[in-house]
Design a protein around this ligand. Structure first.
Ligand code: GGG
Length: 354
């Protein structure tokens, strides 16, 4: 019997709408070549256009509408000209992550052959890191408030939350990832000299869990020097585990060091599969280039490949990544890669290489 994967497709805002068709083009080619079927459910909400028409980012029955889907493929969210960013993000992407308990955010960054690297003297393959970002708590909260607003005594409090369950599970997941990579190295990103309660606590937790993984070498680094080393010595990183905010920042910096954020995919995982996982490019909606068909679709296509891997289609994942590699070596280039090709041309080249 043919395997069928039921996918909710959410292009969202801005260039999400331009890169999504290229991911679908590649997915359809992969389905044909590897003998599986796709049941694609196009979703018009989780966008700022929807917000403008309905006064909310998603309908009240959004969960019911996603009943039975195996995964969510997501483009981008945010259109600050019409909806404040914190409204659009909390009303869509963060809702998925938290209510579907997608507590792992995997964000790989690799230096590919053919991609101009902004760092001097770097060889393809030399930079190959996996950022494991905690995805449901940490610095991303709405806990706090404003007192004496608008007066000279104005006070703003914003809390961070680190649960033991939440921190242990992401640390353990990161150790498991490191175990399955050749270098078996894990870097723990914290700031335990300045953030004097939660960060030493994270470090101690990492040490305790690390004792269960004697094959993995571990180093703990403060986020400030770690950021400098991402730029100066990126080759030393293998798996990097970080809290929600630090992981978000590092996973823009990592791809920037390997050429362009237009290559960076991500997987928001509920590893137990109690809820659908969500796959999206790291980049946002990029209003500055929207409408010109010049966005790099690779981050979106690679995210779709990560989705197939999670759904058990490892061969299709590997073939898509190989097609991306082939096109980066010798294919059309969007402006962020130093070329003048369109989103469509690059997407077509990947599907053809498949
Ligand atoms: N494709 C991802 C996207 O639209 N991201 C917008 C954003 O600002 N995300 C913040 C985050 O991942 O925490």
């Amino acid at each position: 019997m043919t395997r069928t994967h039921r996918i909710a497709v959410i292009p969202g805002d801005g260039i999400g709408q331009e890169v999504m068709p290229e991911a679908l083009r590649t997915l359809r080619s992969a389905a044909q070549r590897f003998g599986f079927a796709l049941d694609l459910r196009e979703i018009p909400w989780a966008s700022c256009d929807w917000y403008q028409a309905h006064g909310e980012m998603m309908p009240a029955d959004w969960k019911a509408q996603l009943q039975g889907v195996d995964a969510i493929l997501f483009g981008a969210v945010g259109w600050p000209a019409t909806v404040p960013d914190h409204i659009s993000l909390w009303g869509s992407l963060l809702k998925f992550r938290r209510e579907f308990d997608q507590y792992i955010n995997l964000r790989p960054a690799r230096l590919f052959e053919g991609v101009p690297c902004p760092l001097a003297n770097r060889r393809p393959g030399e930079i190959d890191m996996l950022i494991v970002r905690e995805n449901t708590e940490g610095e991303y909260t709405k806990l706090g408030g404003i007192m004496f607003e608008g007066t000279e005594r104005e006070i703003v409090i914003q809390e961070s939350v680190f649960s033991r369950v939440g921190s242990e599970r992401v640390l353990r997941y990161a150790f498991e990832q490191a175990m399955h990579r050749p270098r078996r190295h894990l870097t723990v990103a914290t700031k335990s000299n300045g953030i004097a309660i939660s960060m030493p606590w994270w470090d101690a937790l990492a040490e305790r869990i690390g004792a269960e993984y004697p094959q993995v070498t571990v180093d703990k680094q403060h986020i400030d020097i770690l950021s400098a080393r991402f730029v100066l010595q990126p080759q030393r990183f293998d798996v990097v585990v970080a809290t929600n905010l630090f992981g978000d920042i590092l996973s823009d910096l990592g791809p920037a060091c390997t050429g362009t954020i237009g290559l960076a995919p991500s997987a928001n995982l509920n590893p137990e599969r109690r809820f659908p996982s969500l796959f999206e490019p790291v980049h946002g909606s990029a209003p500055d280039i929207f409408g010109r068909n010049i966005a790099n679709p690779i981050a979106m296509v690679w995210s779709a490949a990560l989705m197939l891997d999670f759904l058990g289609e490892r061969a299709a994942h590997d073939a898509i990544v190989a097609a991306i590699e082939a096109v980066l070596r010798n294919g059309p280039r969007t402006p962020d890669l130093g070329g003048a090709a369109s989103t469509t041309a690059l997407g077509e080249a990947i599907a053809a290489a498949l």
